[in-house]
Design a protein around this ligand. Sequence first.
Ligand code: SF4
Ligand code: SF4
Length: 346
Amino acid sequence: MARPVELAVRIGWYIVKNKYLRGRKRFPLVTMLEPLEACNLACEGCGRIREYENVIHRQLTVEECLAAVEESGAPIVSIAGGEPTIHPRIADIVKGIIARKRFVYMCTNALVMTKVMKEIPPSKFFCWVIHLDGTGGNHDIAVSRKGVYQIAMRNAEKAIKAGYRVCSNTTLFKGSNPDDLHDLFKKCSDMGFEGCMVSPAYDYQAVPNQQLFLTRKQAIDVFKQVLSPDKRLGIKFYNNPLFLQFLRGERSYPTCTAWSNPTYTIMGWRKPCYPLADGHTQKLDDLMSKQLWDQYGNAEKDPRCANCMMHCGFESATIFGALQRPRDAFDLVRSGAITKSGITAA
Ligand code: SF4
Ligand code: SF4
């Protein structure tokens, strides 16, 4: 199943409606929903399982999840965690969101996804996003458990055969091997993944081994190799071409637009953003104020933003930036189409 045209149309109309008709300066584009923070893995670079260690046993109810989705109003809901497939009511959460005609992206390490596949049928509104940080042993090292890569790829194949939309999501750390990542992206593209998403890891303070994380300069150097044009032959990236240029250091943005990706957790909305939680709030409006974003969004405002290049902060910045620049807007619209050779027009 390919990326539905309706998705681009809905996002386009949603932006026009909120920005131009309603005159909203800040509004959600993607709701990041974390129904639980527990996981069946314990990756060395994971911030969540450490940040929420004291409340790791807690889970959102179906009603709480749907209320957050309604409060946000965004057309896309990215479900993560923790590992969302181990939430006992995950199928009801997904079905409830789809019933509201929102597009759901379920981020998973894929270990138990086939169990959930029995309860959630394939749909244009639903896409698996499989965590893959390399091929074979490289992924197993990243997730700190042997054999996970094999299970993830086997389950991805089953999902594609069963008619699900499937993407991959790869996080880059210090030591990520560009050639290995190229092999991974090529393999996923050949298998029928809808696209490969990439982002550098955020340097979560809760992670003991800070040596894992790339500085912004190091990340750009690696992305220049990973995303070099000759290496993209036959690879379908899911990120938009402007964000890929940003990762290669070919464009910059004065600040992130992380207000467009608010994250709802067992403690409430993370404040201010997906990577940082200086607090939590029960009111989404608290995340949309100018006063808040005067304090966050780049290294001058907060040094913890210095190395951040995450898609939750900057892929939306490319979209909102393109609204001011017709040439960028044209490139974004054009990238919605996949060329005949199967390469995204990046
Ligand atoms: S699979 Fe995801 S949520 Fe689980 S430990 Fe790894 S990074 Fe964290
Ligand atoms: S740049 Fe700062 S505020 Fe923006 S997403 Fe990254 S960590 Fe959050």
